[in-house]
Design a protein around this ligand. Structure first.
Ligand SMILES: NC(=O)CC[C@H](N)C(=O)O
Length: 391
């Protein structure tokens, strides 16, 4: 299979900022892409990972060695396009087979103009990233017939070294929707596909910092009709919609420079409207409450991360995708930790003790991943139900 893959696909170069070079095969678009190289340990869900807007300006390595075997379909998307800056895999099976598949991973990557490399030692790459921390890289996908030359390798290395650091980058406003839109689509079910929320109990305004669609679907499934608004929408505009709750989405980049979001979230929480944040939304809620965030040495990307609920002792296996985290030591008196990672002890969940607001660092919407911690969505609807009773 390896020989056949090499025969059918042009060459590609992966260069890291530290000077490491891998040569493999181009299985996506031709051209050069740069970004922060991270590894994700999920075994399935490559289409959801590629379309997750939180991967903007990141090149994703999948540690599972066979990627592409069930093809690509029109439904398993977390946004309307691929957001990852590039893809690195070991082996692309030559046969894609699934009843929902409409094209192969390689065809999809070409159509989405995503540069991708296969057939490199992803275990070696992962060990390098794991021991030295995340670093920038470049993939060069060559055209058929083009040879890997020293000049091309040098150009790839130069591109990797010139890529901007993720620290200090505000990408939420880059990927956010340009205009507000309504959302009523519910979760996917075998046999009927996605459904529609026709009898909503709550109106939720969702800040789109790069929202994964399955979050919106899981809220709609639980009785919410949503209005998704651009990242820079002022709090006054959101509160004027008289929402039952406000949701703060996941998103790419560093949360610290997102001053517009931090200010708006401060005002929203102060107003007393129930608020729930996921991932970047969790980090923004923490910053808006006076805590600090930092860039982690070893970021979390996978679908098997154990997280402990400090209130109940319950351990959930969770989906994760973050490179920044909230500093435990920086928590003000009105922010109480509710969840921690059992991998490295970092903070995973927070609740405001003075307001109906809470947040989670991982991904309760999974997609891909387990649904152990979906109970957080029910916690949000319960908060909104309590607030409605008081009205
Ligand atoms: N998935 C997310 O929302 C990621 C949040 C942030 N960009 C981080 O890397 O930590």
């Amino acid at each position: 299979m390896l020989l056949s893959l090499q025969g059918n696909f042009p060459s590609a170069i992966l260069a890291l900022a530290d000077g490491t070079v891998f040569i493999g095969n181009s299985i996506g678009a031709t051209g050069t892409t740069v970004g922060e190289v991270v590894f994700n340990t999920a075994i399935t869900g490559y289409q959801e990972i590629l379309t997750d807007p939180s991967y903007c300006q990141q090149i994703v390595t999948l540690t599972y060695p066979h990627i592409g075997n069930y093809g690509v379909n029109t439904e398993d998307i977390e946004a309307d396009k691929v957001h990852a800056a590039g893809l690195i895999i070991k082996d692309l099976p030559l046969l894609a087979s699934n009843f929902r598949s409409t094209e192969t991973l390689s065809q999809y990557l070409v159509r989405q103009k995503t540069v991708a490399i296969a057939n490199i030692d992803t275990r070696k790459l992962t060990r390098l990233l794991r021991s030295q921390g995340a670093q920038n890289g470049a993939i060069v996908g060559l055209a058929a017939g083009e040879a890997v030359t020293q000049a091309r390798i040098d150009a790839a290395l130069a591109a990797a070294k010139a890529a901007p650091s993720m620290k200090g980058l505000d990408l939420a406003k880059v990927v956010s929707t340009p205009a507000a839109y309504p959302w009523v689509q519910t979760e996917w079910k075998l046999g009927s596909g996605y459904g529609t929320q026709t009898a909503p109990r709550f109106h939720v305004v969702a800040y789109d910092y790069g929202v994964k669609l399955n979050i919106l679907r899981m809220l709609a499934e639980r009785g919410c009709k949503l209005t998704v608004v651009p990242a820079q929408t002022p709090a006054a505009e959101v509160l004027a919609m008289n929402p039952d709750g406000v949701f703060l989405s996941n998103g790419p980049g560093d949360p610290a420079p997102c001053d517009y979001a931090i200010t708006a979230v401060q005002q929203i929480i102060d107003s007393g409207v129930p608020t729930f944040g996921i991932c970047l939304g969790h980090q923004i809620m923490a910053l808006a409450s006076g805590a600090k965030t930092f860039k982690m040495d070893n970021s979390h990307h996978g679908a098997n991360h154990p997280v402990k609920d400090l209130d109940t002792g319950r351990v959930s296996i969770t989906s994760q995708n973050h490179g920044f985290a909230v500093e435990m030591e920086s928590l003000p008196a009105n922010l109480r930790p509710t969840h921690i990672s059992l991998f490295d002890g970092t903070l995973q969940g927070l609740v405001r003790t003075d307001k109906p607001a809470f947040c989670f660092q991982g991904h309760p919407e999974a997609s891909p991943g387990p649904h152990d911690i979906a109970y957080l969505f029910d916690r949000f609807t319960a908060l909104m139900a309590t607030a409605q009773e008081k009205k």
